[in-house]
Design a protein around this ligand. Structure first.
Ligand code: SF4
Ligand SMILES: [Zn+2]
Length: 377
C-alpha cells in the first residue's frame, strides 16, 4: 500500500537519524583530513574583541583544541555538527599539554587578553574526552593569570560533583551549553542532541549552585524546519531561556561539510537562514529580553556566503554588520533604514511557510519534488 501511495513513502525501511549522522565520518575525504593534522598543535588560536561579564570591553583569545572529541559524537552526534573533521581518537594527554603550551606561545601568554575561550569539540570537563590533569592545568592557570574562562559542555555531563571541582579550580568561570532548542521534540527529531530540556534545567541549577556562569547556545533553523517555523520557534525559545542564562548566543545555521544539513543543502532541500529573519527575531525578542540582564549575541558565521545566513547578495554585508553591532550595543536603532527589494521575497516565504502545510518550507531554493515537500519530516 505504502509503495502505491507516494505521499506515505515508497515502502523502503525508515532510516534512523543516528545512521544518517554517522555516515559521513568514514568517507575517504574525512579520514584523509583527520589524518593530515598534527595533534601537538591546536586547530586554531585567534584574538577577538569581547565583553567581560560586567560589560567591560576586552580582548579574548579563542583556543580550539585538537581533541578526542565529543563522547556523544562517537555514539551518535548532532545533525549539524562537523567537528568530526577535527577530532581523532589517538590524541593523547601529552598532545593536549603540548597544544596548550603552543597556544600560550602564540599569544605570548595571552598578552593583552582578559578572557580565554578553550573549546575542545565536546565537553571540556569530560574525563574520557580530556584527561583530568590537563583540565586542572587549564582551569588553574587561567585563574592564576586573572583570565575569565569559557568552556563548553553537554548538559548531561554537568554533574554536581564535577561542577564543584571546576568551581574549586576556576571560581566564576562560564560554562556554555549547546541547548540549541528549548523544545524536546526539536531536540530529538531535528537536532539529535542526546539530552532533554529537563536535563538542561538541572544543569543550570547546578551551575548556579556552584556560582558558575551560564551561557546558552540556540541554533537558528535546524534541519527539517522551514524558515517561518525557525523564526517563530527560535524567537519564543530566546524569550524563554534568556531569563535563565547570563548570555544567550544564537547561532544561525552554517553548513559544515559532511553533515546531514550539508546533504540536504546540496540536494537543494535546505536554505540557510535569511539575515532578515535574524533581524526580525531580534526585534520581536528585544522588549521581553531587555527586562533582564542576559546578553544576547547573534553572530552569523559565514554571513552573506551561500553556506551561511544570507539574503540576496546585494544587502548581506550591511544587514550582517547591523546584526553584529546589535550584539554589542543592544540597540534596535542599528536596524533603522535597512531595506532591500529581497525583503518582500523573504516576507512572502515566511508567510507561506506559516500558512501552508509544508513542514520543510516553501523557500524558492528548495527544488525537491512537491509531493515530498508536503510530507512530514
Ligand atoms: S554535543 Fe556538540 S560537539 Fe557533540 S555532536 Fe553535538 S554539537 Fe557536536
Ligand atoms: Zn537584499
Amino acid at each position: 500500500m505504502a509503495g502505491a501511495c507516494g505521499i506515505l513513502g515508497e515502502g523502503t525501511p525508515a532510516v534512523k537519524i543516528h545512521h544518517l549522522v554517522k555516515a559521513p565520518e568514514n568517507t575517504a575525504s574525512s579520514i584523509a583530513r583527520r589524518e593530515s593534522w598534527d595533534a601537538s598543535k591546536p586547530a586554531t588560536v585567534y584574538i577577538t574583541p569581547e565583553r567581560l561579564p560586567d560589560g567591560t570591553h576586552c580582548k579574548a583569545a579563542t583556543v580550539i583544541m585538537r581533541s578526542r572529541g565529543c563522547a556523544w559524537w562517537w555514539k551518535s552526534g548532532c545533525t549539524f555538527c562537523g567537528y568530526f573533521n577535527d577530532v581523532r581518537d589517538d590524541v593523547t594527554a601529552d598532545d593536549l599539554f603540548a597544544q596548550w603550551q603552543e597556544a600560550k606561545r602564540r599569544t605570548n601568554d595571552f598578552e593583552g587578553c582578559s578572557m580565554v575561550k578553550v573549546y575542545t569539540s565536546g565537553t571540556f570537563f569530560e574525563d574520557q574526552e580530556n584527561p583530568p590533569e590537563w583540565q586542572e592545568l587549564v582551569l588553574r592557570e587561567t585563574h592564576e593569570m586573572g583570565l575569565h574562562l569559557i568552556v563548553e559542555a553537554q548538559a548531561h555531563m554537568c554533574s554536581p560533583e564535577k561542577l564543584a571541582w571546576v568551581a574549586s579550580h576556576h571560581p566564576g568561570c562560564t560554562v556554555a551549553i549547546g541547548l540549541e532548542a528549548y523544545d524536546d521534540a526539536v531536540l530529538r527529531f531535528h537536532v539529535n542532541k542526546g539530552f532533554s530540556v529537563k536535563t538542561w534545567h538541572r544543569a543550570i541549577a547546578d551551575l548556579r549552585a556552584n556560582d558558575l556562569r551560564v551561557k546558552t547556545y540556540l541554533i537558528f533553523k535546524p534541519p527539517f524546519m522551514s524558515e517561518g517555523d525557525a523564526l517563530k520557534h527560535t524567537t519564543k525559545w530566546l524569550i524563554e531561556v534568556a531569563p535563565l542564562s547570563d548570555e544567550v548566543s544564537i547561532n544561525p545555521m552554517n553548513i559544515q561539510r559532511g553533515t546531514i544539513v550539508d546533504r540536504l543543502f546540496r540536494n537543494r532541500e535546505y536554505r540557510p537562514p535569511w539575515l532578515w529573519s535574524l533581524v526580525e527575531m531580534i526585534e520581536q525578542a528585544h522588549q521581553p529580553t531587555a527586562t533582564h540582564e542576559a546578553r544576547i549575541i547573534v553572530h552569523p558565521t559565514a554571513a552573506g556566503k551561500i553556506r551561511g545566513s544570507h539574503n540576496c547578495g546585494a544587502c548581506d554585508k550591511e544587514v550582517a554588520a547591523a546584526i553584529e553591532r546589535y550584539s554589542v550595543s543592544r540597540n534596535l536603532s542599528e536596524f533603522k533604514g535597512l531595506d532591500c527589494d529581497c525583503k518582500a521575497v523573504w516576507r512572502t516565504e515566511v508567510a507561506a511557510d506559516l500558512a501552508l502545510p509544508t513542514p520543510l518550507g516553501t523557500g524558492r531554493d528548495r527544488r525537491l519534488n512537491r509531493v515530498d515537500a508536503m510530507r512530514a519530516p
